[in-house]
Design a protein around this ligand. Structure first.
Ligand code: NAD
Length: 427
């Protein structure tokens, strides 16, 4: 086998060779522990699932503290170049540099590679300690817009010449000065939300839902207050659903039209029959209500599409219901170019660096997402099932151990050994 690059085919599908080169960033703090464990499980699963015919050729690239110590840079150009060239990469948590320069390495990578989807699947594995009564009802895949919104980084500090200039413009040319309650002491931020950006996010969410036979896509927004940005997102999302996905979807907009013309009972009956036909239902919920719904009726939601800030809150709130930080995976993806960075969603937990005690599940499950993205579903399923078995047997790392009765405490590396053993993946 000669190691080769993953490339994007003309048909918009990835070409994945049997021996793909995949760059990895080990991560800082607990990164080496959780990455070491995850890598072992990923390799064992691939070897077992494909009888040695497939193998990942890992290529280390540097970022974060390790990069800074070795090269003097937090995010060397070579790292971005490799992530660009090899399309698919995976990373552990990175220390955020304190003071000037790069605000966040993760944000920098997302912007450089235009990774417009932050994908966060949230589901419960039997036995994982949870603060809610029915965590088994949570099974959501969150598509968070990753490049726009108040996160664009257009912010001006209070008292600066820039903020004064912007205030003058708003007052004199936009007639909006009166809306700013304390102009002398205000900082200002800008919230760009585009039709293009909203459409590519909603398109990705709908495609994913259709491909995976999921029942609904929910557009979560604050369009009741921010009519043109958040409301735009909702409207553009509905329009796109009807225009591009035609009779494969049924939207609440269509339901509302039916209600106006035929009355509520007829509209409800139509909605039921569209559901029965297996149509994907596209609906919307206001963000504050949605944060309640995560707790009250999570079973009503499967794929969620939302803007950047809402997505940040919703991802973590939903993750908390299924066991939180140690087990939630994530990915940042551009479905058009194929670029994807899979990552642990927790930080570096520096206090626990090199203790071999932390839970590797977040990074490991992001590796599972990576295998699925590559089409290596058999290896992905093997890991997921074996991880579930290991947790069900109450053989867990300290974070879960502290919340469970009669559990057996495992080190990070022992947890990986158990997953490999339970999945029959020993070589
Ligand atoms: P953190 O996620 O590192 O840790 C908070 C707490 O969560 C830890 O003390 C630990 O108790 C628990 N925890 C985290 N990961 C765990 C795991 N795998 N298993 C079990 N328990 C786990 O958050 P923080 O302390 O706010 O941040 C530390 C550093 O990480 C900062 O430099 C921050 O900027 C950075 N950070 C990086 C990322 C990223 O790279 N994606 C994300 C968040 C924070």
């Amino acid at each position: 086998m000669t190691p080769q690059k993953i490339t994007m085919g003309a048909n918009g599908r990835l070409n994945v060779p049997d021996n793909p080169i995949i760059p990895f960033i080990e991560g800082d703090g607990i990164g080496p522990d959780v990455w070491g464990a995850s890598k072992r499980v990923l390799d064992a699963a691939v070897a077992h699932a494909y009888g040695g015919k497939r193998k990942i050729e890992w290529m280390e690239i540097l970022a974060g503290e390790k990069a800074f110590n070795q090269t003097g840079e937090w995010l060397p150009a070579a790292t971005l170049e490799a992530a660009r060239e090899y399309l698919v990469s995976i990373k552990g948590p990175l220390t955020t540099p304190v003071g000037g320069g790069i605000r966040s390495l993760n944000v920098a990578m997302r912007q450089e590679l235009d990774l417009y989807v932050c994908l966060r699947p949230v589901k419960w594995y039997k036995g994982v300690p949870s603060p809610v009564v029915h965590p088994e009802n949570v099974n959501m895949t969150i598509f968070r817009e990753n490049t726009e919104d108040i996160y664009a980084g257009i912010e001006f500090a209070q008292g600066t010449p820039e903020v004064k200039k912007l205030l003058d413009f708003l007052t004199n040319e936009m007639n909006a000065g009166k809306k700013i309650r304390f102009p002398e002491t205000s900082a200002l931020g800008i919230k760009p939300v585009s039709k293009e950006g909203s459409e590519r996010l909603v398109r990705a969410a709908i495609k994913y839902a259709l491909d995976n036979k999921m029942p609904s896509v929910t557009l979560v927004h604050k369009g009741n207050i921010m009519k043109f940005t958040e409301g735009g997102f909702k409207n553009w999302g509905y329009e796109l659903a009807e225009r591009e996905f035609g009779d494969r979807v049924y939207t609440w907009g269509q339901w509302e039209n039916a209600k106006k013309t035929q009355g509520e009972d007829a509209a409800n009956a139509r909605l039921k029959s569209e559901e029965a036909l297996g149509k994907l239902i596209v609906k919307d919920v206001i963000a504050d209500n949605f944060l309640q719904q995560i707790l009250l009726a999570p079973q009503d939601y499967s794929v969620v599409a939302t803007l950047n800030l809402n997505g940040d809150y919703i991802s973590d709130a939903a993750a908390a219901a299924v066991g939180g930080i140690g087990i939630s995976p994530g990915a940042n993806i551009n479905y058009l170019t194929g670029h994807a960075v899979f990552e642990a969603t927790h930080g570096t937990a520096p206090r626990f660096a090199n203790t071999n005690t932390m839970n590797p599940s977040s990074l490991l499950l992001s590796g599972v997402m990576m295998l699925e993205y590559m089409g290596w579903n058999e290896a992905a399923a093997l890991i997921e099932e074996s991880l579930a078995t290991t947790i069900k047997r109450k053989r867990v790392t300290i974070d879960f151990y502290n919340l469970m009765h009669d559990a057996t405490l495992l080190k990070t590396s022992e947890f990986a050994d158990d997953i490999i053993r339970n999945g029959g993946m020993m070589s």
